[in-house]
Ligand binder design. Structure first.
Ligand SMILES: Cc1cc2nc3c(=O)[nH]c(=O)nc-3n(C[C@H](O)[C@H](O)[C@H](O)COP(=O)(O)OP(=O)(O)OC[C@H]3O[C@@H](n4cnc5c(N)ncnc54)[C@H](O)[C@@H]3O)c2cc1C
Length: 435
């Protein structure tokens, strides 16, 4: 039995933000991560840029900005902001993946967080509507964590679902976005590769598919410059109809992804100028899962809220990301803008709070959102900021000895603003601290 103030389930970008925030407020925090690495989708797709960190061209601030600044102030710099080559997306942050992982772990250590890798939360032990403890498992066997507050940042929401929080899988018909396996090509020639103006290399893709050398879902081969010169990040292979909550499906999808990545690497070398001497590296250890459960919160964000550029009074992070919807069932990719250029919306705290479990909150891709809103809010910077919000809220609830549903949103918004999150409450998202 381990007793803590706050249990964070999952060490992806949301769990990282949540644990650092709660730890910095002086609370004892245990972070359980089922895999061998911090980062979640960031670790499973190494080299994936942090997108959506600059709504209306200004940093969202908070822990996301601090992490970026720690990396970019290294010598040589380990992070850099670059324009995205895709239409409707704002700038994105590229970084050295290993140094970013190291720095995130350091920030967790500095915040006093007890991090356990290869340790999974299995199921909640309920006392009425309250989570009294969580049954967990690591290689030494089962153990139990008794936490005053549980923060579900697991991407899939197993603990919340088992505690009785209603949820929907994927869109309203149960279709989830495709999963992806990513890799890099090293020793590519950037000048030759990116002489191609189409970021999706569609004329090459069409030939590869027509020849039977590429899978038909590779109609768009998205290639982007990696952090280091002459490296190319390939976030191109998407596998449809994989249920990210099913380990057998994940295993099948990962092996299928490996086959398609190898096919693509061979095709790039033989057919696309600039890859003649390149080689494949950093193949993800498992597929990155974009979407599974979306939990039901006190409020469900809708595409309509986003289109109106709604700034909620309890907004905890700004965002202007387009609808980034990837290959659900038989649909393709959608990258349509959701707000006018220069406009942005906020994600309300109520979308992270269940209706009736007094000591549970959730953050990241399990946010309470309809399919359209979800496709916009799911970027890593926003997931980290959602985590920062519930970590801060957990400390406030413990300080005030209240249930999470009774928290004062104004007080939370003020606390987040003091901690550097920009554009909340009455504050405009202005360029004063632009980075
Ligand atoms: C292929 C792909 C491409 C993407 N491209 C971009 C991009 O370019 N830019 C961008 O900003 N965003 C991108 N995204 C979106 C973004 O990466 C995710 O939405 C975000 O990382 C989700 O963060 P999270 O912390 O909510 O969940 P996850 O990253 O899924 O992390 C959840 C973590 O919880 C752990 N976990 C799960 N269950 C348990 C349990 N029971 N006990 C303990 N641990 C558990 C998992 O192992 C995992 O580490 C992409 C996503 C994918 C998959």
């Amino acid at each position: 039995m381990i007793d803590v103030d706050v249990l964070v389930v999952g060490g992806g970008t949301a769990g990282f933000g949540a644990a650092v925030a709660a730890g910095r407020k002086g609370r004892s925090v245990l972070l359980l991560e089922a895999s061998a690495k911090i980062g979640g989708a960031m670790a499973f797709c190494p080299g994936m840029p942090w997108g959506a960190a600059f709504p209306a061209g200004v940093s969202i601030g908070g822990i996301m900005e601090e992490l970026t600044e720690r990396l970019s102030s290294m010598s040589p710099p380990a992070a850099e902001t670059r324009p995205c080559t895709l239409e409707n997306f704002g700038p994105e942050i590229q970084y050295d993946h290993e140094l970013a992982t190291l720095t995130m772990f350091q920030m967790l250590e500095e915040a006093g967080v007890d991090v356990r890798l290869n340790a999974a939360a299995i199921s909640p032990v309920m006392d009425g509507r309250r989570i009294a403890a969580v049954d967990c498992f690591d290689r030494r066997g089962p153990f139990q964590v008794r936490a005053k507050i549980v923060l579900d940042c697991s991407g899939d929401g197993d603990i919340s679902a088992k505690a009785g929080v209603p949820y929907r899988l994927g869109d309203d018909r149960g279709n989830m976005m495709g999963v992806s396996l990513t890799f890099h090509m090293l020793d590519a020639d950037w000048d030759k590769v990116f002489a191609e103006e189409d970021p999706y290399f569609q004329r090459y893709a069409a030939k590869g598919i027509a020849d039977g050398r590429l899978h038909p879902d590779l109609v768009k081969i998205y290639l982007m410059r990696g952090f280091y010169k002459d490296t190319v990040f390939c976030n191109s292979v998407v596998i449809r109809n994989v249920d990210g909550t099913d380990p057998a499906d994940i295993s099948r999808g990962t092996q299928e992804g490996r086959r398609r990545c190898l096919q693509l690497a061979e095709f790039l070398r033989s057919d696309v100028p600039g890859f003649e001497n390149a080689r494949m590296a950093y193949l993800g250890p498992t597929v990155g899962v974009r979407e599974t459960r979306k939990l039901e919160g006190q409020y469900r964000i809708t595409g309509e809220d986003l289109r109106k550029a709604t700034r909620f009074p309890d907004g905890i992070v700004c965002c202007d990301n387009p609808i980034d919807d990837v290959m659900r069932a038989d649909s393709t990719m959608i990258h349509d803008a959701i707000v006018e250029p220069g406009a942005y919306y906020t994600i309300p705290f109520r979308a992270l709070v269940p209706k009736d479990i007094p000591n549970l909150m959730f953050a990241g891709r399990i946010v309470s959102a309809d399919p359209v809103a979800f496709a916009s809010v799911r970027g890593m910077p926003q997931c980290m900021a959602m985590g920062q919000a519930i970590g801060t809220a957990a400390a406030m609830a413990l300080d005030g000895n209240c249930v999470v549903q009774a928290l004062d949103p104004d007080q939370l918004v003020s606390a987040l603003s003091v901690d550097g999150v920009r554009g909340l409450g009455d504050a405009a998202l202005v360029s004063a601290g632009k980075s």
